[in-house]
Design a protein around this ligand. Structure first.
Ligand code: ATP
Length: 479
């Protein structure tokens, strides 16, 4: 945790997210559905900003990556080929006393232990000291494999031949369409296919707010490369992805890498690095970047009978490309951006009383100061880029001018018009949702066309000609 950060708790953050309309419990009016979340008016803008920042860096600004938007439901053979049908499982235990279900590895992890393997080297065994976290009973079933894919039926008949699954990752849509995309994209190896979309996992224990959900969104890139170049491309993508996280306002000091030791790698993988972030509930994964060899394409070739090979004109060789896969979760990144942004501050009531400073949690607000909550989003991530206020609502000249400014800016970004309440309160409402700029139209505006532009973080106000507003905001958003 760096010196300037506020020690946000999940209680503070979830309360703000609900109060201001970032995130709501899914199906809340029916008591909620565990593991499903809805993004409110501000949350969906924030999510859109995360997606478009990713797409801009990974697809739009590169010559060697193209996009795809594949169906969520795929032919069931897909999941046989990918290995998900057989192996996409988590170890589950039941408490025979209170009938609650848990993920065996998480139960162990929470106690600083590791799940053990039995004498056959395969069966998983709980360490003897593990008890039910809900009722403290020791009467737990042995761990057994639970497949995380949601099953569904295609068409009106619910028999075995109609069974298929909601995709547990977006990647397989990319692999299955590799030959089509390769034949139309006018790309040579190395090149990538990127996709953003929903994925579904029937997690045994959804937890930590949106961090582990049952419906979530992924941003995945499959970057196809020549065999033998795996290590260098893996390194390149790890560096690229870390750079991107910094560009959306997550600081170096709270980003970490976890480099998988050889014994933890899947049998087909030559390298894997997770990007982790210091959440209030612990340091956890945002993204995995794996060098997966040609496992996926080879398996689809085997199961579909369709060639996944490419032909290299220069070397006159045919081969199945290897792949490096940076796979990130939109919801986890949104959550990290929210955690990073939250802070409470004490601001002096007038400049003689002191300077703005970080609040001390639980301490009373010092005399001469007032408290404010600020979401300090990077302007690129902020759901609303600017708020426009006429100084008074009962002066039509001010209102008309402010609405002109509002109409001009909303063509470029989501902006907000607010004419109710004292100006200080209007600023404070915007601080709490992280709006980087407050624009006030006052009497001087009518004389010389300038407005005040207030900076969310420093609270300093500049007088700026109306014509300069777009370039000033744009400079911050694209910085
Ligand atoms: P974890 O170990 O946390 O379950 P994972 O290693 O299984 O994650 P991947 O299969 O590599 O995750 O998926 C890629 C990314 O998708 C993850 O880094 C994460 O950001 C996101 N993701 C995976 N599962 C979930 C989930 N249940 N809820 C929200 N995001 C998820």
């Amino acid at each position: 945790m760096n010196a300037t950060s506020y020690p946000v708790t999940m209680d503070l953050l979830t309360a703000l997210c609900k109060r201001r309309g970032f995130i709501f419990q899914g199906s809340e009016i029916y008591g909620g559905l565990n593991g499903f979340w809805d993004y409110g008016p501000l949350g969906c803008e924030l999510k859109r900003n995360v997606r478009s920042a990713w797409w801009q860096t990974v697809v739009q600004e590169r010559d060697d990556v193209v996009g795809l938007d594949a169906a969520i439901i795929m032919h069931p053979r897909t999941w046989e080929a990918s290995g998900h049908l057989q192996g996409f499982t988590d170890p589950m235990v039941d408490c025979r006393a209170c009938r609650k279900r848990f993920r065996a590895d998480q139960l162990c992890e929470d106690l600083g232990l590791k799940l053990e393997t039995g004498p056959d080297g395969k069966t998983l065994v709980l360490p003897a000291s593990v008890v039910c976290p809900a009722c403290a009973s020791k009467d737990l079933t042995p761990p057994r494999a639970f497949n995380l894919m949601f099953k569904t039926f295609v068409g009106p008949v619910e028999d075995d031949s109609a069974v298929t699954y909601l995709r547990p990752e977006t990647a397989q849509g990319i692999f299955a369409q590799f030959p089509n995309v390769y034949s139309v994209a006018r790309q040579k190896i190395p090149f990538g296919i990127a996709q953003i979309g929903k994925a579904f996992r029937n997690e045994i224990n959804p937890r930590n707010y949106t961090f582990r959900s049952r419906e979530f969104e992924q941003m995945e890139l499959e970057f196809f490369i020549e065999p033998g170049t795996d290590a260098e491309w893996h390194e390149t993508w790890v560096a690229e992805r870390l750079r991107w996280y910094r560009s959306i306002g997550l600081p170096e000091g709270r980003l970490h890498r976890y480099v998988y030791p050889a014994k933890e790698l899947a049998h087909y993988a030559s390298a894997c690095t997770d990007v982790l972030y210091d959440f209030p509930f612990g340091t956890q994964e945002l993204e995995g970047i794996a060098a997966r060899g040609n496992f996926d394409l080879s398996r689809h070739q085997e199961y579909s009978g369709k060639s996944m090979e490419v032909f290299d004109e220069e070397t006159q060789k045919r081969f199945i490309p290897h792949v490096v896969e940076p796979s990130a979760g939109v919801d986890r990144i949104v959550l990290a951006v929210l955690c990073e942004a939250y802070r409470e501050e004490w601001i002096p009531k007038d400049s003689a009383t002191g300077v703005l400073r970080m609040a001390e949690p639980g301490a009373p607000v010092p005399a001469g100061f007032e408290a404010r909550t600020v979401m300090g989003f990077h302007p690129r991530m902020a759901p609303v880029k600017a708020a426009i206020f006429p100084l008074m609502k009962n002066k039509p000249e001010l209102v008309n001018k402010a609405q002109d400014v509002y109409r001009a800016l909303r063509k470029k970004w989501p902006v907000f018009y607010d004419q109710t309440g004292a100006i200080g309160r209007r600023y404070r409402r915007q601080d709490e949702i992280g709006t980087p700029f407050g624009i006030t139209v006052d009497f001087q505006t009518l004389e010389d066309g300038t407005v005040t532009l207030r900076d969310r973080d420093s609270m300093k106000q500049d007088r700026v000609p109306t014509e300069e507003l777009i370039s000033r905001i744009d400079a911050a958003v694209t910085s």
